[in-house]
Write a protein that binds this ligand. Structure first.
Ligand code: ASP
Length: 438
């Protein structure tokens, strides 16, 4: 049995609704559907969620949001009209939502109405029961997800129905107040539902045919990844690949349920399958994907006999902790350590931090290197082959690019190199040619 989540672009207008209908009816295993709110119909259009959020801002500042609400209303009515869906229920629910929003309903309630109304419309279109996410996705009053209770409610309320449309993005606390996930949060709702009903697969339908082996803005013909693991997904999305974030699908990862990324506009494309562990029947490629990000700085600390000074690293890291800074990587040597962090996190208290490190560990040398880009070459097969690192460094050296720092993740899943930001695209292209293009 499959839980299928459809993103906003997959439900932006009646034509997209028709595609979604065809996809659902093509496989009767697709029994639970999680919609986002209608997204952009074209580049200059607005997402319904953005219109609703602007409306909330207007209400807060005492300006009218009637025009924005009219736009939301006509988006939904046009879809219903184009699909010949009876809009009585939709109109009644829209009136009710508008009344609450104009009276100053919460930001979460206002934002959630896009998914709520779209869910109602989609359930009519697919002729599946509608279940309000407020009944099954349970939050604590402080806004954190109550995962065990959500799971219990899904099992109790949704599973016996055999099929349902459940809107994404929001839920409610035990008092009935609406809470939302962060933007794009319907991915989480879909994964929670897939976990709760114990789906065989969680399908995530968007407007791209899966995960690419490299950013297509850098490598325009980058191949699609057919199979990957959740850990590879984490490494790649952390380093800048944006299709899906691993933390958005934690419920299915924890439950060992695979996620499949599919394209609503190209439903015959197999997309990308994300598994818990590497598939064994196929040939695991050495490198699954390459991703990189700019905007890193590296603090370099050198001191003679550093390795015999107990607590040296801890004193440095405590300073970062006290400033609320997360460090990303920490390549070390015998008498030198470096801490790599995002330049934006270092900027606000840079001078203070350096002075504190100077005082705490009295280094012989202390400096910061900026404008670093980190590039991750990711793959469960990396350590299964000799000479992967040799190939990697050769590919970079052949482009005349100097490597400023490097490390192999202890998971042995990725090799990270730091290069000057201006070399990021060339480095990614060279690695793509070395490992994937062939
Ligand atoms: N509609 C919400 C957003 O635009 C949630 C989602 O699409 O997943 O962020």
């Amino acid at each position: 049995m499959i839980v299928a989540k459809f993103g906003g672009s997959s439900l932006a207008d009646a034509e997209q609704f028709q595609k979604v209908g065809a996809i659902i009816h093509a496989d009767n295993e697709r029994r639970y559907v999680v919609p986002s709110a209608p997204g952009r119909q074209h580049e200059n259009d607005d997402k319904v969620t953005d219109l609703l959020l602007s409306c909330h801002e207007n209400v807060l500042s005492g300006t009218s949001c009637a025009a924005l609400l009219d736009r939301v209303r006509s988006r939904f009515l046009k879809i219903a009209d184009d699909l010949n869906i009876n809009s009585d229920l939709l109109v009644k629910e829209m009136d009710e939502a508008q009344r609450h929003i104009k009276m100053g309903a919460s930001r979460a309630y206002t934002a959630s109405r896009g998914e709520y109304l779209n869910g109602l419309l989609l359930s009519q279109w697919l002729q599946m029961p509608f279940v309000d996410a407020a009944r099954v996705i349970r939050f604590f009053r402080d806004g954190r997800l109550n995962h065990p209770e959500t799971n219990r409610l899904i099992q109790e309320i949704i599973a016996p129905l055999g099929s349902a449309v459940v809107p994404g993005f929001y839920g409610a606390d035990e008092d009935g107040s609406i809470h939302v996930f962060s933007r794009g949060g319907s991915d989480v709702s879909g994964a929670l539902l897939a976990h709760g009903v114990n789906a065989d697969v969680y399908e995530n339908w968007t407007d791209v045919s899966g995960f690419r082996t490299a950013d297509p803005r850098i490598v325009p013909d980058a191949k699609y990844i057919q199979d990957m693991t959740y850990r590879e997904l984490r490494e790649l999305s952390y380093m800048g690949a944006t299709v899906l974030h691993e933390d958005a699908v934690f419920p299915v990862r924890l439950a060992g349920i695979p996620t499949r990324l599919r394209n609503t506009n190209d439903p015959l494309h197999p997309g990308t399958m994300i598994h818990y562990s590497p598939i064994r029947n196929g040939v695991t490629p050495i490198v699954t994907g390459i991703a990189g990000r700019k905007g890193f700085s590296s603090i370099l600390i050198e001191k003679d006999q550093m390795n015999s000074e107990i607590g040296f690293g801890q004193r440095v890291l405590r300073i970062l902790e006290e400033h609320g800074i997360n460090f990303e990587h920490m390549p070390t040597g015998i008498d030198a350590m470096s801490v790599i962090l995002t330049s934006s996190s270092l900027a606000p208290s840079r001078e203070k931090i350096l002075a504190e490190i100077d005082r705490a560990v009295k280094p012989d040398h202390l400096s910061v290197r900026d404008n670093l880009a980190m590039v991750a070459t990711v793959g469960s097969g990396i350590t299964k082959q000799y000479a992967t690192a040799a190939r990697l460094f050769t590919a970079i050296a052949e482009q005349g690019i100097g490597i400023k720092t490097m490390l192999m993740a202890p998971s042995e899943l990725s090799i990270l190199i730091g290069v000057e930001e201006k070399h990021l695209n060339t480095a990614i292209t060279a690695l793509y040619d070395a490992f994937i293009r062939t």
